[in-house]
Design a binder for this molecule. Structure first.
Ligand SMILES: C[S@@+](CC[C@H](N)C(=O)[O-])C[C@H]1O[C@@H](n2cnc3c(N)ncnc32)[C@H](O)[C@@H]1O
Length: 341
């Protein structure tokens, strides 16, 4: 990915920069094997709702010679990189530019009413974070953008300009679980009014002005603010809520949904959706986590939690569904007891 350093430019980039960033699109797929096993479908039509670099799609297509994958991503650069990587699978792979919150429409446009499996590996990819021109990270300077899809929607700078102190504080509190949200929001708005809030490093400085610098070896004080704004800009929790509801209609009975989340706000939504035992038979008793080896090799995998569930036939009625679940519990594979969430 092109590192932008001190000087940065807004989109669009030159053709050569596009090419360079595509060829260096490096995202290490998290829990690759566990995801394939959790999908438990075999042949059939899969949706990879978060195509990214195409790692999970590649694993599915490689593992099941009769499988077909519809890969969805909001990020045109991810789509281009994954399409190049998956080119060898020919017509078995279809790339779709768009949000997974609109999955039903994307499938309908391709003549599909139902699919056999859906996988979602949430959040952002490493190239999105590492390319400072996208404005998602405080580790380098870039415009205050943060959009996964730079072709549409409001940027972080526009969002901050639209919100007043209180509404901004609410965003930081809700999506970043930031306890000092009011103080930080006030400092951010002051910087904006002073014309000192156009870059990621200026945003970080505003946070530090509010709460003080990082302690040596501690978490950067801007971490929660950046997470919150990125979630708000991309409406990440709304997207996930819509996907979880739509998956009930889009999956064949017996089909599976597998979701990897990276923070408790997302995991809570997945856990709640799967708690509807008329619709879902959980396939993961507790959320699966990455192996020690993977966690050592890929720090990003340390916060990953994978939950999977099989779509039940709601038309058979609650009593039959309960009997089915009781049978599953005896098999010891489908019970999802309360966990730490
Ligand atoms: C963690 S990466 C996926 C990596 C991929 N599984 C792999 O192995 O290479 C998440 C991807 O999902 C995309 N994404 C996140 N939210 C999305 C949404 N609501 N709709 C479509 N794509 C989304 C991001 O643009 C990013 O490319």
């Amino acid at each position: 990915m092109s590192r932008v350093g001190v000087a940065f430019r807004l989109w669009p980039r030159t053709f050569h920069e596009e090419e360079a960033s595509m060829s260096a699109f490096e995202h290490r797929t998290v829990m690759r094997q566990e995801t394939i096993e959790s999908l438990a479908v075999g042949e059939g039509t899969y949706v990879d709702a978060t195509l990214g670099g195409g790692g999970h799609s590649e694993a599915i297509l490689g593992a099941h010679p009769g499988a077909r994958v519809i890969g969805v991503d909001r990020d045109p650069l991810a789509l281009a990189a994954a399409s190049a990587r998956l080119d060898r699978f020919g017509a078995r792979f279809t790339a779709v530019h768009g949000a997974f919150g609109e999955l039903a429409a994307h499938l309908a446009a391709r003549g599909l009413q139902r699919v056999d499996a859906i996988v979602a590996d949430l959040g952002v990819s490493s190239p999105q974070l590492d390319d400072h021109a996208r404005g998602m990270s405080f580790r380098g300077d870039g415009p205050l953008d943060m959009r996964m899809d730079p072709t549409r929607g409001e940027t972080a700078a526009e969002l901050i300009a639209r919100l007043d102190d209180e509404a901004l504080a609410d965003v930081l509190f809700q999506y970043g679980e930031e306890r000092r949200s009011r103080r930080i929001a006030r400092c951010i708005k002051r910087a904006e009014l002073d014309g000192q809030l156009t870059t990621t490093l200026e945003l970080r400085r505003a946070v530090i002005r509010a709460v003080g610098p990082a302690r040596v070896g501690g978490v950067d004080p801007a971490t929660r603010t950046f997470q919150a704004l990125r979630i708000a800009v991309n409406r990440e929790l709304d997207e996930l809520t819509t996907l979880l509801a739509a998956a009930r209609d889009l999956l064949e009975v017996g089909g599976t949904l597998s979701v990897i989340s990276f923070h408790s706000l997302e995991d809570r939504l997945v856990k709640r959706a799967f708690a509807d035992r008329l619709a879902w038979a959980p396939l993961t008793k507790k959320p699966l986590t990455a192996s020690d080896v993977e966690q050592a090799e890929n720090p990003r995998s340390r916060s990953a939690k994978l939950r999977a569930a099989r779509r039940l036939d709601e038309s058979i009625g609650p009593m039959s569904a309960m009997r089915l679940r009781a049978g599953s519990r005896r098999d010891g594979e489908d019970d999802d007891g309360e966990d730490e969430g």
